[in-house]
Design a protein around this ligand. Structure first.
Ligand SMILES: C[S@@+](CC[C@H](N)C(=O)[O-])C[C@H]1O[C@@H](n2cnc3c(N)ncnc32)[C@H](O)[C@@H]1O
Length: 983
C-alpha cells in the first residue's frame, strides 16, 4: 500500500507548501501505526502566491510603491491551476479564483493581521487568509454562504471524522435494506415531519419519499455531537438537494417528476458525505485547526457603537472582496431549495441581495440601486479599516438595457466621496475557460482590481495591562517594553492604562507586547496582543487572575530555572532586536527562552549539558513546528493504542541491562512493566517530535510512580513503599493535556504576528567553542538571554536521577560523572579540589576575569581553612568550588563572545547567594563578579534590572537568594576585549 505523507513547510514569507515527507514515510512504514486514515487519497496542487511579501508596514506606506508592487505580477493566472480549492464540497457559482486574495493578502498585510471579506461567499478569502497565517473574517448575507465557508474552513478532528464516517456508513447500510429503511422511516415520521420546510407546492419539486428521507437526514444531522460535524453534514445535505429534487438542472427552474426508490436519497447523501470527507482531507492538512470568524451579515446595516457583527471600527487590516455584479446573479434563486431545506427563508435573503437581477426588475431600478447599496457597503468598509490600510474590490462591468456600465469607475467615484484614496485600478483579463456561466457576467472578458485606501492618520491608542497582578518589576518592564517597541513615551491614564499616539504603520507592534494584553483604538476598536491570545485563547471573555506560565508546551515538564516565559519575552522586546534575529541561550535548561523566541518570530539556539533538559527543550520547541493536524491525529491514535493496559512481564526487560537493578530498586514490578511497555509504544509513534514530547510527558510522572517520596525534594524513600501505581492514568492525563494545549495553540496561531522558525537545541558544553560552532548562524547571535546556574547550584542531575534512569537509560555512574562536570556543581573529587586549591593563593585575572572573584574566592577559602577543624566537607570545598564556578562562567563568556554579532546584546539573569565562611555568613557577590567578567570579554554593561525572586525559587533554595538581577550588556565592538581588560 502506498502511503503518501505530506509535510507542511513554513517558508520565509509564511507561506505553506506541501511536500511528500520521505523521512516520515519511512518511519511510518517501519511502524505498525498508520494513523492518518485515507492519506493515500490526499493530493493537492497548492500554488503559492507569486508576489513579493511585505516584511513591515513601512513597505505599504507609499501609494506609488503599493501600485508598482501590485502591477508587478500577471493577474490573469492563465497558466495556474485556479481550481485547486474546488475540492470544494459545495457549488458556489460566483467564486473568485484563490490566487487573487492570496496575492493581495501577501502584498498588503502581515502575518497575524485581520483580513475581512464582507461579500465572503463560499469563503475563498477566509481560506487563503488562514493558510497565510492571518486572522480571517468572512461575512455574507446568504446564510448558506456562511455554512459553506464554515465547513470549508473547518478542520475535522479525528473524532469528528469518525462521527461523520459512521453516519455515512450507517445511512448506506440503511439504504441498502429496503424493508428496514421503510420501517424506520415510517416509525420516525411522527417525530420528524415538522422538519419538512414550507416550500410552496413542495410535491411539484420533491417526491414524497425524498421529502421523508430528507427530513430523516435532518434529524440525523441534528443529533451529531458538535457544531463542526453538524455544519459539515448540513452542507452535504444542501449539496444533494437539487439532484434529489425534480428540478431540471442547477439553473433551470422546470419540474421534471420521476420515480424515486426507497433509500435513494439516503444513499445519495451517504455518497456525497463520504466524497466530501475525502475531498476535504488535503485541505485539512493545510488548515491545521486554524479558525476563522464567519457569520451571516447584511453589509447594508450600519455600524452601531463601533461594531458591525464581528467587525469593530478601525480594526481591520485589509479588506478583499468581490461584490456581486450589478443586475447579474440571483443567488437566492440559485440556492432556493437548499435554503428552504436548511431552515432559512430565501425571500429574506432575496430582499438583501445586492445586484440581483430579479430584484432590480422587481423594484424597477437600474444601476442607481446598486450604487446606493454599494455606497452603504463601502461606508462600512471604510469604518472597519484601520487608517492607512487597503480595501481591494474585484468587480466586473454590468449591463442595463443593453448599456454597459463600468462598475469600477462608478465605485471609484463613490469611494472617493466617502473619503477613500484611489490607489490603482488594475484590469484583469479573464481566461475564456474561466468565465462565469451567469448571463450578466458571461460577456465579461475582464475584471477590475480596484485598490482603495483609508487615508493614514495618527492613531490614538489606549493600552491595557494583563488582568493578573504583576510584580513591581514587571510593571516597570511593561512600561519599558512599550517605550522600546513603540518608540514613544506613553501617558499614564491610571489603572495601568497608558495612552499614546501612533503612526498607523507602527500599530502592528502593539501585538508583540508582553505585559499589555489589549489595545483600544479611538474610537471603538479593540485588539488583543499575541501574548493575551497565547495565555487565554483568542477570546475577549477569558480573564485570569493568575499569570499563565504553562501555555503551549511551556508546562510540559517541571524544571528549575529562573526564567518564566513572560520575563524572557519582555527582554526580547526591551532589546528592540527585529524579528528574524538570532537568540542564544547557552544554559537553555528546559528551553523556556527558546520556545518564547520561537513563538515570537526569533531564531533560537540553545545548549545544555543536561540530557533531560535537552530532551524537554527539543520536544517543547519541535512539536510546535509540526503540522498540528498531523500531531493531533498521531496523539489520538497513540491514546487509543494505550487505552487498555497491555503490559506484560517481558516489557520489564525493555530497559538497558545496566539500569535493571537500579530501576527494580526504585519502582515496584508492575510499574516497571508498564513503563517499559509505554516506552516501547512511544518508539512506534511516527513523528519524531511527538515521540519526544511523549517521552517528556512520561518523564513528568516518573517521580509519582516511584518509591521516592514525591513530597520531599531530597531523595527519600517512601514509607511504606508502594506495590503498584496508576502509571497509565497519570500518563494519559498528561497526554490529553498536551493534546488540548496543542489544539488551543493551533486554533489561535493565525493571530501570531510572526512566522515561527524552528529552534536549534544541542547537548553540549557552553564552556567550549565547539558547542557554539554547531548552532551559530553565519553572522553570529544578536541576542543572548540566559539564566546560568548559580554558584553551588542545585544538584540538577541527582534531582532528576529517576527520569534520567528510566527515560534516557543513564546508569548511576554515568550520571555522577556528568553531575561533576556541570557548571555550578557541588560535586568535586579530592584530586581536582587539591589542584584548584593550589591555584587559589596565586589566582590571576586571566583565569577568572574578575578581581572581585579572586578576592571572594581567596577570602572564603582562607576563612574556611582557618576554621578547618570545625567545618564539614561541603564547606571545606567551597573555595575550590567557587574557583571552578567562576572560571567556568568566564570560559563560557569567552567562548560565546566569539559567536556574537557586532553589536549583540546579552541579558543574564543572576542572583547572589550566601555561604557560611569561617564562622560567619558571607555573601557571594556573583552579580558583581559576572559584571566584571562580562566587561573583561569586551561587553559594556548597559544596565542592571532588579527583579525580585519568585516564591517558587525560594522554596527550592537552601541559602535563600535575596535578589535577582538581569544584567544587560551589549557587545561593544569598539572596546578591546580580554586579555587587555580595564585593570
Ligand atoms: C461575487 S460573490 C463573492 C464570492 C466570493 N468571493 C467567493 O469566492 O466565494 C458576492 C457575494 O455577495 C453576497 N451579497 C449580496 N448581497 C449582500 C448583502 N447585502 N450583504 C452581504 N453580502 C451580500 C452574495 O451572497 C454573494 O455571496
Amino acid at each position: 500500500m502506498c502511503w503518501r505523507i505530506y509535510r507542511v513547510l513554513l517558508t520565509k514569507s509564511g507561506i505553506h507548501a506541501i511536500v511528500p515527507d520521505r523521512r516520515r514515510l519511512d518511519m511510518k512504514l517501519a511502524s505498525h501505526a498508520l494513523p492518518l486514515p485515507g492519506m493515500a487519497a490526499a493530493s493537492l496542487n497548492y500554488s503559492m502566491p507569486v508576489i513579493e511579501p511585505i516584511d513591515s508596514l513601512e513597505e505599504i506606506r507609499n501609494n506609488n510603491q503599493v501600485e508598482s508592487r501590485l502591477r508587478s505580477i500577471d493577474w490573469s493566472f492563465s497558466k495556474d491551476d485556479t481550481d485547486y480549492l474546488s475540492h470544494d464540497i459545495h457549488p458556489y457559482p460566483t467564486k473568485f479564483i484563490p490566487q487573487i486574495p492570496a496575492n493581495l493578502i501577501t502584498a498588503l498585510s502581515l502575518p497575524g493581521e485581520i483580513v475581512w471579506d464582507p461579500f465572503g461567499g463560499s469563503g475563498t478569502t477566509a481560506f487563503e487568509a488562514l493558510l497565510l497565517g492571518r486572522q480571517a473574517i468572512s461575512t455574507d448575507a446568504n446564510p448558506l454562504a456562511t455554512l459553506i465557508s464554515q465547513a470549508k474552513c473547518s478542520t475535522l478532528s479525528p473524532e469528528d471524522l469518525g462521527h461523520l464516517q459512521k453516519l455515512s456508513s450507517r445511512l448506506r447500510a440503511l439504504a441498502s435494506n429496503r424493508q428496514d429503511a421503510e420501517k424506520i422511516l415510517k416509525e420516525a415520521w411522527q417525530q420528524i415531519s415538522h422538519l419538512v420546510p414550507e416550500i410552496p407546492n413542495i410535491e411539484k419539486w420533491f417526491h414524497i419519499r425524498t421529502i421523508q428521507e430528507l427530513a430523516y437526514l435532518k434529524s440525523q444531522i441534528s443529533s451529531l455531537p458538535n457544531e463542526t460535524c453538524k455544519v459539515f453534514a448540513s452542507v452535504c445535505l444542501s449539496g444533494i438537494i437539487v439532484k434529489v429534487s425534480f428540478q431540471d438542472g442547477e439553473t433551470r427552474y422546470a419540474s421534471k417528476p420521476r420515480d424515486v426508490d426507497v433509500g435513494e436519497t439516503l444513499l445519495s447523501f451517504s455518497n456525497y458525505l463520504s466524497d466530501a470527507l475525502k475531498k476535504h482531507e488535503p485541505l485539512q492538512l493545510l488548515l491545521q485547526y486554524r479558525r476563522p470568524i464567519i457569520t451571516t451579515l447584511d453589509i447594508r446595516e450600519p455600524f452601531r457603537k463601533g461594531r458591525l457583527g464581528p467587525v469593530y471600527s478601525n480594526s481591520v487590516d485589509l479588506v478583499i472582496t468581490s461584490p456581486p455584479y450589478a443586475n447579474a446573479t440571483d443567488n437566492h434563486l440559485y440556492h432556493r431549495f437548499r435554503l428552504f431545506w436548511l431552515g432559512y427563508r430565501p425571500t429574506e435573503f432575496a430582499n438583501m441581495e445586492i445586484g440581483s437581477h430579479l430584484r432590480h426588475q422587481r423594484l424597477k431600478r437600474g444601476f442607481d440601486l446598486y450604487a446606493e447599496e454599494m455606497s452603504l457597503a463601502l461606508r462600512n468598509i471604510y469604518e472597519a479599516l484601520q487608517p492607512g490600510r487597503f480595501a481591494v474590490l474585484i468587480v466586473g462591468d454590468s449591463l442595463f438595457d443593453g448599456k454597459i456600465i463600468h462598475t469600477s469607475e462608478e465605485l471609484a467615484n463613490i469611494s472617493e466621496q466617502i473619503g477613500f484614496e484611489i490607489v490603482t485600478d488594475i484590469e484583469r483579463p479573464i481566461h475564456q475557460s474561466k468565465r462565469s456561466f451567469i448571463v450578466g457576467a458571461r460577456r465579461a472578458r475582464q475584471e477590475n482590481i480596484l485598490v482603495l485606501r483609508k487615508p493614514p492618520r495618527k492613531i490614538r491608542v489606549v493600552l491595557y495591562p494583563a488582568s493578573y497582578k504583576m510584580w513591581d518589576y514587571e510593571v516597570v518592564l511593561r512600561k519599558r517594553e512599550i517605550v522600546g517597541l513603540l518608540k514613544t513615551a506613553p501617558e499614564d491614564e491610571g489603572d495601568g492604562r497608558y495612552s499614546l499616539e501612533l503612526d498607523p504603520f507602527e500599530v502592528d507592534r502593539i501585538r508583540r507586547l508582553t505585559f499589555t494584553h489589549k489595545a483600544k483604538f479611538n474610537p471603538g476598536s479593540l485588539i488583543l496582543t499575541w501574548q493575551a491570545i497565547l495565555e487565554n485563547g483568542n477570546t475577549l471573555k477569558a480573564k485570569k487572575n493568575r499569570k499563565e506560565p504553562k501555555y503551549v508546551t511551556h508546562g510540559i515538564h517541571p524544571y528549575k530555572g529562573k526564567f518564566y516565559p513572560q520575563l524572557a519575552k519582555s527582554l526580547f522586546n526591551l532589546s528592540g532586536v527585529p524579528t528574524n534575529s538570532w537568540v542564544l541561550d547557552p544554559f537553555c535548561g528546559s528551553g523556556t527562552v527558546l520556545l518564547e523566541a520561537q513563538l515570537n518570530g526569533l531564531h533560537a539556539a540553545g545548549i545544555d549539558m543536561h540530557p533531560l533538559a535537552v530532551l524537554i527543550a527539543r520536544a517543547k520547541t519541535s512539536i510546535c513546528q509540526e503540522n498540528p493536524y498531523e500531531v493531533d491525529f498521531v496523539l489520538k491514535d497513540f491514546l487509543d493504542e494505550i487505552e487498555v493496559d497491555r503490559s506484560s512481564p517481558q516489557h520489564a526487560e525493555w530497559f538497558p541491562p545496566k539500569c535493571h537493578e537500579e530501576i527494580r530498586s526504585w519502582f515496584p514490578p508492575p510499574v516497571v512493566q508498564k513503563l517499559g511497555w509505554l516506552l516501547m509504544e512511544i518508539k512506534k509513534v511516527p513523528i519524531l517530535a511527538v515521540q519526544e514530547a511523549l517521552l517528556v510527558c512520561l518523564s513528568s510522572i516518573i517521580r509519582n510512580v516511584s518509591q521516592q517520596d514525591p513530597k520531599d525534594l531530597r531523595i527519600r524513600r517512601r514509607n511504606p513503599p508502594i506495590t503498584d501505581a496508576p502509571v497509565l492514568e497519570l500518563f494519559r492525563q498528561k497526554v490529553l493535556e498536551l493534546r488540548a494545549r496543542m489544539r488551543q495553540f493551533a486554533e489561535s496561531v493565525t493571530a501570531a504576528p510572526y512566522v515561527m522558525k524552528p529552534a536549534r537545541v544541542i547537548e553540549g558544553d557552553s564552556r567550549t567553542e565547539e558547542a557554539y560552532a554547531k548552532i551559530a548562524p553565519m553572522n553570529g547571535f544578536d541576542l543572548v538571554v540566559t539564566s546560568p546556574p548559580y554558584a553551588t547550584a542545585l544538584p540538577y542531575i541527582d534531582t532528576d536521577r529517576l527520569n534520567l534512569l528510566v527515560i534516557l537509560g543513564m546508569s548511576s555512574s554515568e550520571r555522577s560523572s556528568l553531575e561533576r562536570k556541570l557548571t555550578g556543581s557541588r560535586e568535586i573529587r579530592a584530586r581536582e579540589r587539591r589542584q584548584l586549591e593550589e591555584e587559589i593563593p596565586s589566582l590571576t585575572i586571566e583565569t577568572v576575569g574578575s578581581q572581585l572573584a579572586i578576592a571572594t574566592i581567596q577570602e572564603i577559602w582562607h576563612r574556611n581553612v582557618n576554621a578547618m577543624v570545625k567545618v564539614g566537607f561541603r564547606r571545606r570545598n567551597m573555595g575550590a568550588l567557587l574557583l571552578r564556578y567562576f572560571r567556568d562562567m568566564f570560559n563560557s563568556f569567552r567562548a560565546m563572545d566569539k559567536y556574537l554579532a557586532r553589536d549583540a546584546q546579552v541579558f543574564i539573569v543572576i542572583g547572589d547567594n550566601k555561604t557560611v565562611a569561617g564562622n560567619t555568613i558571607m555573601r557571594i557577590p556573583t552579580t558583581d563578579i559576572l559584571v566584571e567578567q562580562g566587561e573583561a570579554v569586551g561587553w559594556a554593561l548597559k544596565e542592571r534590572i532588579p527583579i525580585t525572586v519568585t516564591k517558587e525559587n525560594l522554596r527550592h533554595s537552601k541559602h535563600s537568594i535575596t535578589k535577582n538581577t538581569v544584567l544587560w550588556f551589549y557587545k561593544d565592538s569598539s572596546r578591546q576585549a580580554y586579555p587587555h581588560h580595564r585593570g
